[in-house]
Design a protein around this ligand. Sequence first.
Ligand code: HEC
Length: 682
Amino acid sequence: MTALTIAVRFVHLGSLTLLIGAFAFLLLVGRPAFRKGGAERALDFERFDRLLLVLAEWSLLIAFASALAWLGLQATVASGLPLGQALTLKTVGTILTGTHFGRVWEVRLALIALLAWFLFFREREQDERDWTAVRLEGVLLAGGLASALAWAGHAAATEGSARLTHLAADAVHLLAAGVWLGGLCPLAVLLAWARRSPDASWTAVAQEATRRFSLLGLVSVSVLTLTGTVNGWILVGGIPPLLGTPYGRLLLVKLGLLLPLIGLAAWNLLRLKPALLAPPDGVGGGSRIAILRRLTRTAVAEASLGAAVLLVVGALGITPPALHDQPTWPFAFRLSWDANKDVPGVRLAIGAGVAGALLGAAALGCATVRGRHRPWAIGAGLALWAGVIPVPFTYLAVDAFPTTYVRTPIPYQAISIASGARLYQLNCAGCHGEAGYGDGPVIRGVASTRADLTAAHTALHTAGDLFWWLSHGIPGTLMPGFQGHLTEQDRWDLINFLRSLAAAEQARALTPLAEPTPWFAAPDFAFGTGVGTGQALKDYRGRAIVHLVLFTLPRSIPRLEQLDAAAEKIARAGARTVAVPMRDAAWIYRKLGSRAVTFPVAAEGSEEIVATYTVFRRTLAAEGLPAVPAHMEFLVDRQGYIRARWIPPERPGWDELSRLLAEIERLDKEVPRAPAPDEHVH
Ligand code: HEC
């Protein structure tokens, strides 16, 4: 079925390409070229014109037939039935009226009908204006037909602000491809005709056609490169998805076909065209014919490569875009600046690499000048490149695994971190220590600095690296793999917990004074106040600073009363207080009794919030992991970063309300500097 779908898409794309190409070629290349041939070639032009219109008619019929086949295939895919049973009026009707694909298909069918009407029922053109009008309508309708495919492809599924850009780039890409690739066949025919009758007027026709088509090709290739880059960026978005997903690899195949195609076009432009246009300095018609033959051959070769490109495009359309796919990294290493920036000599190596690359380029540049020095220059250039360019890469390489660039499917939220924390105590603490310092009883005495999970190096690995180690272990060390023991979700929960652990270690320096730069993402959490609907920390994003209070009764009662009395002041400064009971959440309202507070008290969900946020209790003052305090407060800025923390009895603290208000006001005035933290670990 997949092969059939690819074949149908290929035939459809191919016929559209020929359709656009025929009309565009007649208007932009054929007519002006034959004019150069003078009155002698007028009859030939009529013949050429008729031939291309027949080509267009057949292309249109094939486009129509393949569109029908496509609809049939879509019916089988959508209904899940075999082809024979899927083709009922009901399923096809549902697709046509009820799906996006169906609506785009209807519009395109209308365009096909309109074009057919123009083509098959046109009257003989009376004059030049009529002639132009029909071909122009042809280009516009065929172009519309091809561009509308953008709305049936991946671009239609792009969301957000990139959608319009993507659709526009895709539509223009299809159009430019049609004009260029579709023009190659007519060009080959024209050149072949010219070759067969080597007189001056035919030469003039061939010269003008080549000149114009080169220009057309240059413009089209530029447009294709630009729009292709935009599309590629939106659908692939980076090197790992390019190398590690089926979509990315197909795209590489497409580029691999395009490079020789563009190379051939460049050869035409730079070598054959000037030779054809050069005045015949006694070389005679013979060499002209040879040049024309070569031009024809390259046009045919280009057209074949173009067809292969369309085949790949046919396959790309039904492959999930790399962006939505999990990449499988193909190499055992990757390059990382962050992991290696402190390695001695790395800057020197990069400097040397860049200098060597430039010098090599300069030597190769010298080699373009003819002379006896040439072989030396080429040798020196290549030797420099081969010897020096790899040097910085050896410095920047770090180990990588197939899952290195896999993204976590589980957001960085309290519920996941809390579950990870539980799993950690059960499975990992024996070796890595209760607090992650690598000092568990099982491996005490084994010298391994890497077992300290709070150290900076853990943060340098991608989440995908950690996932690989958690699944398969680290060979040659005590670190075991947990693939058979923990589910995938468990392993991602653990990774979220490890991220919070690393953050907690770095956040030891947090104080009641707001951190100047936001970097410490506040894990999101959902909570319920016991009355009505649930809320999430994220709901406050962009709206208010959150003053998060973790409290224990009865100890925190005076503080809650103080905050309640100041609620209005705090709100005016720009913050909302959210209180989370650290114990006895189920009967917290009973315990609060008549001291009903006006801010939300997270009675539901508190367990996960407490498990997660108490990880952030490490301070510079205490060595290792301090005991869980009875009361903690945090300020989370509008973008979702934790910026300040107060753990009583730290002094000076927020028990002096003016200090709390001052920090809130400071954050409130701030212009947002960092992007909102990502829910996913990288
Ligand atoms: C039997 C002891 C043992 C157990 C159990 C264990 N580990 Fe390890 N782990 C180690 C040792 C030892 C290392 C250091 C390996 C090295 O020296 O390269 C390590 C390394 C790691 C690393 C790599 C750290 C880095 O930055 O290089 C991670 C991540 C890790 N362990 C996570 C876990 C998690 C999560 C669990 C529980 C699911 C766990 N480990 C269970 C012994 C253990």
